[in-house]
Design a protein around this ligand. Sequence first.
Ligand code: ADP
Ligand code: MG
Ligand code: ZN
Length: 648
Amino acid sequence: MAIKESGNEQQSNKMNNDKKPKEEPGIYKDLKGFVVGKRFKFSFWYFLFIILAMFLINMFFSQESNITGIDYNEFKGLIRNGTIVRVEIQQEKYLGYTVTKAQAINMLQGSGTQQPPVQAFSTYALQDNSFIPLLDEMNVEYYATAPPKPSIFSTLLSYILPLIFFLVIWRIVFSKLGQGGSGQGVLSFNQNKAKIVAEGDTGIRFADVAGADESKQELEEIVDFLKLPDKYTEIGGKIPKGVLLVGPPGTGKTLLAKAVAGEAKVPFFKMSGADFVEMFVGVGAARVRDLFRQAREHSPCIIFIDEIDAIGRTRTAAGFGGNDEREQTLNQLLVEMDGFDSRTGVIILAATNRPEILDQALLRPGRFDRQVLVDKPDLEGRLAILKIHTKNIKLHKDVELRKIAQSAAGLSGADLANIANEAALLAVRAKRKQVVQEDFEEAIEKSLAGLQRKSRILSEQERCMVAYHEVGHALAAKMTKGAPPVSKISIIPRGINALGYTLQYPTEDRFLMNESELIGNIDMMLGGRAAEEIICGEISTGAGNDIARASDLVRRMITEFGMSERFRNITLPSTTSQGFGGTREYSESTQEYIDNETAKIVNNRYQLVMKRLQDNKETLEKIAQKLLEKEVLNGDEFESLAQNLVIA
Ligand code: ADP
Ligand code: MG
Ligand code: ZN
């Protein structure tokens, strides 16, 4: 049943941050097509089996022809009566034969037709001075030999058996220890746990990834290169070696990487950062080497390192051992990445949701110098994702996916996939043949309740507040002289702190700003809170950051840039970085002036912004409603809505 299958998939995908599905050790999976080859699985049991077999074979073949053990007395009797004609004297044993050497050789050569059956007797030698004289007397052929050497096998065995014994003990102990951890043991270290999985065809195409068009566009070039490398190399162009996919969990990074391999139809080597990190120093590095060696053998191909932050974390200067293993692994990764060029057709993709903690060395040119942002989907993106994940689900004709997408603001692709499946399960539970709208609503609720703590899901009221806040920023910016134009307004929660944001162009830091631009920026920052006050009659914590930045800027205008009335063109160095507290090179009264002046400027600007927004309250409402509906407004849309502003 389609529902159930996708259910399992979603489930495991949802958990893929903490638990990886177990893969069969030691075997390269070739799901579709490509045979990637089997790796010899070093199993201790095979080893034991071989030893035993050797031992048995040895026993079987080295069996000496039947020698009858007899008493010394008897032995002597046989010599006396002429039965034994040849004696081999060993250190503590006599061997007696009924044929002479010459006869034995004759028999071996097949001459001499009727042969008496050859018999051999052995006995333990006694201290008997009359023995040799007896031999002489009976004319028995005799000679001494060294005792037969123990066979190589048994020698080997005597060394190997204890070894095996220790191995058994070792394994038992370590597997016990290992079971303590989650899933695979902390102490497990053998090579075959390395999950090098080469999928011939991932079965994923770009069409399976919805709502990440910008990310897809950037990755298309990689696909193109893998398909037609000559096109690039002939011109001498360089293709990036490594591409880092950056984005919150569940946004489809892993999916995108698979899609790249699927589109290019190349093998896909996937390993998770955590797979490299083991307790034993050197294992991670060995795995990296192994991974790259495999990849080179199967080029063109893609190496995908999921959750690279597990190994790529910034190296610490002072480490007390603890991080040695991770650093070695990271170093090995860097070495391997430097060691080949992309013309070999191996491209490394990696994914992380914490790019800021990655070691700078990883991001240098020639390594992961290209970053692709995979962000949470907007409304259209969510709708497209829902469509993909409801493809195999029977929907009632009244189901409105757009509505569902609307109420799922801030959710990731993985969450949506989960919701689609959950809705199907709810329908089954209610013994319905089709999934109805209520199923989806309940699924979303269920999902939100679980997610509330993890990711920020805004209540309807909060969303409304955020929308007005952001539009307030945008309008304030538009109505002031120095602020740059608005290029995007969004109320999709992002990053750690932003519930929404207003992007302006240019966004990068400016080196030079004139006074009116600074004032314009202050207006812009205050616009958010002003809008909240106008619409809701009260202010919220959402503007805390804006307020801090605005007052900081005003203070710097006064103390650093010399832009105040009283201290025009005079800097007032305040806290310096020398030690605690710093120094202040002005009087108490100046400090008071700075404080007052800061408050005055901020207040004046705030009143002005308030007035301007109040005068355009209708426009503010109109744009905010539009934003609530669409979640994202680009610069042009904003401009067309924000015409006919009244500016006093
Ligand atoms: P990430 O690696 O970014 O944490 P995954 O690629 O593992 O996220 O996504 C988990 C699952 O969520 C995918 O297998 C897919 O079913 C679903 N999913 C996530 N993003 C998308 C998307 N943009 N389009 C379609 N499905 C998605
Ligand atoms: Mg992932
Ligand atoms: Zn703000």
